[in-house]
Design a protein around this ligand. Sequence first.
Ligand code: GKR
Ligand code: MG
Length: 442
Amino acid sequence: MSVPKIKKMEVFPVAGYDSMLLNLSGAHGPFFTRNIVVLTADNGAVGVGEVPGGQKITDTLEHSKMLVEGSSIGEYKATLQKIRNKFSYLDKGGRGNQTFDLRIMVHALTGVETALLDLLGKYLHVPVAALLGDGQQREHVGLLGYLFWVGDTSKTDLPYLQNDDDTSEWGRLRRKPVTDVESLVRLARASYDKYGFKTFKLKGGVFDGEKEVAAIKGLHEAFPDVKLDLDPNGGWYLKDALHYADELKQDLHYIEDPCGAEDGFSGREILAEFQQLTHMPVATNMVDTDWRQMSHALALNSISIPLADPHFWTMEGAVRVAQLCDEFNLNWGIHSNNHFDISLAMIANTAAAAPGNVYDVDTHWIWQDGQYLTKNPYQIKNGQLTVPRNNEGLGVEIDMEAVKKAHQLYVDNNLGARDDAITMQYLIPGWKFDPKRPAMVR
Ligand code: GKR
Ligand code: MG
């Protein structure tokens, strides 16, 4: 019997609704965007992948079609090599200074990789997790509850969703403003009751550092057994980060990108000083985002928890990072951005293949939960996702009607890549991104 070949590759830029989440880059707009890859093989099977939105990624995926269509799923690594070789020049500038990664090729590559792995898993009757690294390591994958400060949408005329989910306190609160510690703790309680998280992460870099210190203290008091992480995306200067870390040493389990490049020193050098002086474990999705950066980060002892997002490391690459972490006594985690349920399946399978003592992985899913592109989305229970060993492929079935609707939303609203500055200007007129100043401090 011959091995299936790819008959058709389709790319759907899609959009979903978001809350007005605040971060160093500004405020999330009413929509988030993604690119969905759908591969149809000549045996009728369908493989899917999801990566960040934006025309440049859409175009790169479109231009990859000629390398993918007609290839057999058995030669998927050769197909991926071709994409890497052809488009790596697009990523010469690196990830950029924003909180989110601006590279193109790595994302497009992952979109195709995931869809091919999905097909291969279906063909071999194994989960994608079984195809990565040394195979599936676990069925249960821990997730963290990703908390944000949330802007007041009534100060804009933008079409933010309101009252879209009345089934839980989390659903009722997630579109409402959160600008003080009390409402943040209430929001955390609602997410804890619904999803059962064992770790919370607060997106910092929004208010003055002392207010974010108070927020972590409030969360620790309310949830003494829950592990806490604070992530200002490198927005603090080292001197201030040392001060806040000292105030938070009893409260935080780890910290994420507390500082970054300054005074002619690289982010890796500054974080190495931070770790040396505080002995606090540092996670990052900003200074250790490819193998070259990783070699410097390891030589300098800059970080303890690389957040290896499969969307920019590729699924296989993220698991290789996990293998290295396991051997080198580091902890591994995953970074995230707003996403649909195909990405949820991607992080579930990646983390299920990661060996060692992995940290609860990031996901923005709780802000999107209910907006499905698959017929059988993974569900968060007890702060975990489950990847049964008898799954096939990613373990989800694409809902093409839902994909087409999400594509229409994208088209109707004339959407593209993320730009948090535009929305932030509703809150602070003339607002501009400054990688060293919290978003609300102007
Ligand atoms: O969604 O606003 C956001 C986050 O700030 C995101 O852009 C970051 O990439 O989640 C991310 C992080 O951990 O830095
Ligand atoms: Mg981060």
